[in-house]
Design a protein around this ligand. Structure first.
Ligand SMILES: [Zn+2]
Length: 231
């Protein structure tokens, strides 16, 4: 079977428009949220471009992400390599618990804040002390392989202009792919970057292209993780 899943970080207000698009096309995503940053209002400069990074309200979480998956992204988005073991437990486990209270289901996944800031000790601490069982990292492999290690789960592609041409080619390849084995297209990004680069239309073209295929299942990260574990 072929699976498409998305993973989007930070819970900014652009998720409202993003989720609407996904729902229109029947595409599922996992949303990695910082429970300590809800309602924060700020403009950031990201890669030299000013963009709104206002975060949604906690009261929105349940309904906005219904039908998708909510996962952890730590309470306040620190570099985990600079955190003590206790701080890692607090940041990851505390975020998972806060989000569980808002969503009404156990939080089993996360995305590492800032991308590459994790190591084996952090993975061990998370597995031993929290409900999190898979974690997304940053760094595209541009293939359709399933993750070998769920706590070091690298995506197929990043929703960013620097990978955009590649994304559309990969989408065509994935649609054409005929395989007896499981194949996964895993796209990650931030919805605020669609404002940053003004390329909502480009993302919609991707959705149009890949949606509604009878041989593709549109799933959350949690569903893929269960398949990887043979559940
Ligand atoms: Zn983030």
């Amino acid at each position: 079977m072929k699976y498409l899943t998305l993973s989007f970080d930070d819970g900014t207000i652009q998720d409202r428009r993003f989720v609407k698009l996904l729902n229109q096309y029947g595409i599922k995503s996992t949303f990695n949220l910082n429970s300590g940053l809800f309602n924060q209002r700020h403009e950031i400069v990201h890669e030299g471009i000013k963009v709104c990074h206002d975060e949604i309200a906690p009261e929105e979480v349940h309904d906005l992400y219904a039908g998708h998956e909510v996962a952890a992204h730590t309470i306040t988005h620190p570099n985990l390599l600079k955190c003590s073991r206790e701080e890692v437990i607090h940041q990851v486990g505390g975020d998972a618990k806060a989000l569980e209270a808002l969503c009404g289901y156990p939080i089993v996944g996360m995305a590492y804040p800032g991308g590459p800031f994790f190591n084996d000790d952090i993975i061990d601490t998370i597995l031993t002390n929290t409900s999190v069982r898979y974690a997304r990292a940053v760094g595209s492999h541009f293939t359709f392989k399933l993750p070998e290690r769920l706590m070091e789960w690298y995506p197929t592609c990043y929703l960013h202009p620097k990978e955009y041409d590649r994304l559309m080619v990969l989408a065509d390849e994935f649609i054409a792919l005929e395989t007896e084995e499981d194949a996964l297209f895993y796209l990650w990004g931030h919805s605020f970057e669609l404002d940053k680069f003004g390329n909502w239309d480009d993302f919609e073209r991707f959705c149009e292209k890949i949606a509604g295929k009878s041989d593709i299942r549109y799933v959350t990260n949690r569903e893929v993780a269960a398949i990887v574990r043979g559940e």
